[in-house]
Write a protein that binds this ligand. Structure first.
Ligand code: C5P
Ligand code: MG
Length: 206
């Protein structure tokens, strides 16, 4: 109950722009869905936008597919301009949850720049921490019914985690230097992890 009142206060008084961070399979999409409901935010998942474009066979989708199928990152300039267009389309928002973006320091810089255009900034990075064996296990299970080719092949999954470790993990340092980084244990039930995330959001906006 106390937590619910705090959440209400948070929603009413703050603009929240959250980077939900973590390796593939950490639970970013699952937790985003719950957080957007509770905190009335707009969910922007770069991976979902790519998959929408792939399904609709757009030029962007065809290009992105060549990288996604290998578990590689789509080049920064492509991803950044795509996300910028999405953000620009949304005029009114209590804030955003960025899921799967930024995945490089370049992308983090670009995100700051286009939030600045709307007199906004990232409030915090929430980083879900899950070990590699658990990630692989979760993704292989998800791959059974998600229809995602990149979730069905263990070598692609391992490459995505490798790419995360080599190119993405350092983006956390970018936010750490700004005092915005919060690491969260990403092992547990969906509700347990959601409560950990909510507590940090409420606490840091108090
Ligand atoms: O975030 P998600 O795991 O859904 O992303 C799926 C794939 O989309 C990634 O493995 C990567 O190939 C691509 N992607 C990217 N750059 C991003 C987000 C996703 O290249 N910022
Ligand atoms: Mg996801």
């Amino acid at each position: 109950m106390v937590v619910n009142l705090s959440i209400q206060k948070t929603i009413n008084n703050y603009m929240l722009n959250i980077v939900l961070f973590g390796p593939p399979g950490a639970g970013k999409g699952t937790q985003s869905a719950k957080l957007v409901d509770t905190f009335q935010l707009v969910h922007l998942s770069t991976g979902d936008i790519f998959r929408y474009n792939i399904k609709n066979e757009t030029e962007l989708g065809k290009l992105a597919k060549t990288y996604i199928d290998k578990g590689e990152l789509v080049p920064d300039e492509v991803t950044i301009s795509m996300l910028e267009k999405e953000v620009e389309q949304i005029k009114e928002a209590k804030g955003f949850i960025f899921d799967g973006f930024p995945r490089t320091v370049n992308q983090a810089n670009a995100l700051d720049a286009f939030l600045k255009n709307r007199n906004a900034e990232i409030s915090m990075m929430l980083a879900l921490d899950v070990d590699e064996d658990e990630l692989v296990k979760r993704l292989l299970i998800r791959g059974k019914d998600s229809g995602r080719a990149d979730d069905s092949d263990e070598s692609i999954i391992r490459n995505r985690i490798k790419v995360y470790n080599e190119q993405t993990a350092i983006a956390a340092e970018y936010y750490n230097q700004q005092g915005k980084y919060h690491g969260i244990n990403g092992i547990g039930s969906i509700d347990e992890i959601f409560n950990r995330l909510s507590a940090i959001i409420v606490e840091s906006t108090r």
